[in-house]
Design a protein around this ligand. Structure first.
Ligand code: ZN
Length: 331
């Protein structure tokens, strides 16, 4: 009997070990094709308090190569919804740059960064949003994070004093801005968002971009039209047609076709800019600054700088590197 019990105990243990071995080490499904060569040199992160969402403001291919080469995020999600692992999730990725949240500087040290191919103020395909939703869900579970800990890069980035803004300010960039909009958060199944900016509230930073602040913490939601409809459809499917409505002619219930808007191609050449209706508004010179030409939109994603056949979106431009001879293109 004792021997038999020993046998069963061993058998049970063997079976249990087999089950454990079958659990994959990494629960997140992602392609390793662009896993960053920087991984071995990156520190293991001490804590994970935030998930930071970014928008690449550029096309997938170039973005993948760049973030992989520099180790600039943990994951990248393409427009088709493909998830790429870049930096291992337990290591530090350099994604947030000059950043602060709740008085703590250098958000890279305590966050996971996800790059999403697209623009901070443009719709994203549903396939992509659903992939982001699933990835964020997995990570929230792993690190025990609540919905309000899923923030945008623009929420944590801050700018050093410069020509345009004399104080340390929030609003260095609008990266990932759409992910704070209620309609987009609904698609991502995030019920809460950070209610206010802890650093401007505590006067550690000033508000450098009023519009951004309204999107992040107010009611500005420019995606409502796009995702409001989608969500309504999911929430309330059309009622089933009533049986025998007086011999109504057989109508095939038209399921409204999803308006498949063509996605804006990122202008990478001057020809692209022209083809998309951009016009050259002026060139930076010794006497004319970018702000004089583009006004408050000098750092907008829809303002482009060109020089030596390079096309740089305004939100990617480093103000210190705006040089004489740069042309500014706007719609
Ligand atoms: Zn970013």
């Amino acid at each position: 009997m004792a021997a038999a019990r020993g046998f069963f105990a061993r058998a049970w243990l063997t079976a249990a070990l087999a089950v454990l071995a079958a659990i994959p080490a990494a629960a997140i499904e992602a392609s390793n094709r662009y896993r960053s060569p920087r991984n071995p040199e990156r520190k293991i992160r001490q804590s994970t308090e935030l998930i930071v969402l970014h928008t690449t403001e550029a096309a997938a291919r170039g973005s993948l190569a760049k973030v992989s080469e520099r180790g600039e995020c943990h994951f990248l999600v393409t427009e088709e919804g493909i998830v790429y692992r870049i930096v291992d999730r337990d290591r530090e990725a350099f994604h947030a740059g000059r950043s602060m949240w709740n008085g703590k500087e250098d958000v890279d040290k305590f966050s996971i960064g996800i790059e999403c191919v697209g623009y901070h103020d443009q719709e994203m395909p549903l396939a992509q949003l659903h992939a982001i939703r699933d990835l964020v869900k997995e990570l929230k579970k792993m690190y025990h994070l609540s919905d309000d800990k899923v923030v945008t890069h623009s929420q944590v980035a801050y700018g050093a004093p410069n020509k345009w803004q004399k104080k340390k300010h929030r609003g260095r960039k609008r990266c990932g801005m759409l992910f704070a909009m209620p309609s987009v958060r609904r698609v991502l199944e995030l019920s809460a968002r950070a209610p206010s900016d802890p650093d401007t509230r505590a006067k550690r930073l000033v508000v450098g971009d009023d519009y951004l602040a309204k999107v992040l913490y107010g009611n500005v939601d420019t995606m409502k039209g796009a995702y409001g409809k989608v969500e309504a459809k999911v929430a309330a499917p059309p009622p089933a047609p009533k049986a025998a409505v007086k011999a109504a002619p057989k109508t095939v219930a038209k399921t409204a076709p999803q308006p498949s808007k063509p996605f804006r191609r990122i202008p990478v050449t001057i020809e692209d800019l022209k083809a998309q209706g951009y016009t050259m508004k002026g060139a930076v010179s010794k006497n004319i600054t970018a702000a004089q030409i583009a006004g408050g939109k000098w750092n907008s994603a829809t303002t482009y700088y060109t020089i030596r056949n390079k096309v740089i979106p305004g939100n990617m431009i480093n103000p210190a590197k705006i040089e004489v001879g740069m042309c500014i293109w706007m719609k």
